[in-house]
Ligand binder design. Structure first.
Ligand code: TMP
Length: 211
């Protein structure tokens, strides 16, 4: 049975991925596609509760492995309850973050063993992979500056070195899988980036013939 399309957005804090995910959602909706915008951690009632625990800036004592398990718990619930059933109904799913965030943040950022992350990742994704991933790449100094006007959450409060490691991690992950990733320089204007995304997607929708 043909399934819909699974699109993910990735990047460090302040890269503009949430803005782009929303713009894309609105654009596809206007064109008449059946489309859902979702996010990680979150996306389900249980996931939203997990998100609150993860981002609570008072939770300084959270062990890195607790963090890893919680992100994976949110993902498994998301895949089973929402993403997979909707893909089977031929929806386009746009997710603001997915599996690559865990490799970048918990792997490259926290330094957790990549083999352990891979093990949990297989369980939480249940064989599901994004069809295309847009990585909005930006210097951490610039990204964090965009966020500095509001109160920072537990992850945003991390050091600049942490965010640098996450960014480098993302670039390494993306370069290893060029057929899935589109790396976009996030310093371009909102409109320019949106146009680049639409151009890539039109080609994919045409080729896949799934929609
Ligand atoms: P957001 O604010 O971009 O929605 O993301 C929430 C935070 O959670 C962000 O700092 C990145 C972090 N995160 C991880 O560390 N690992 C993950 O697997 C995911 C999905 C997010």
């Amino acid at each position: 049975m043909k399934r819909g399309l699974f699109i993910t957005f990735e990047g460090i804090e302040g890269c503009g991925k949430t803005t782009q995910a929303k713009l894309l959602y609105e654009h596809l909706l206007k064109e008449g596609y059946r489309v859902i915008l979702t996010e990680e951690p979150g996306g389900t009632e249980i996931g939203i509760k997990i998100r609150k625990i993860l981002l609570n800036k008072g939770h300084d004592s959270m062990h890195p492995l607790t963090e890893l398990f919680l992100y994976n718990a949110s993902r498994l619930q998301h895949v089973m309850e929402k993403i997979r059933p909707l893909l089977n109904k031929q929806y386009i799913i746009i997710s603001d973050r997915f599996m690559d965030s865990t490799f970048a943040y918990q792997g490259y950022g926290r330094g957790i063993d990549i083999n352990l992350i891979k093990c949990l990742d297989e369980i939480s994704r249940q064989g599901l992979r994004p069809d295309i991933t847009f990585l909005l790449d930006i210097e951490p100094e610039l990204g964090l500056k965009r966020h500095s006007s509001r109160e920072l959450d537990r992850l945003e409060k991390e050091s600049i070195e942490f965010h640098r490691a996450v960014r480098d991690g993302y670039l390494e992950i993306a370069r290893a899988e060029p057929e899935r990733f589109i790396i976009i320089p996030a310093i371009r204007s909102i409109e320019e980036i949106h146009d680049m995304i639409m151009e890539k997607l039109r080609a994919l929708i045409c080729h896949s013939g799934t929609l």
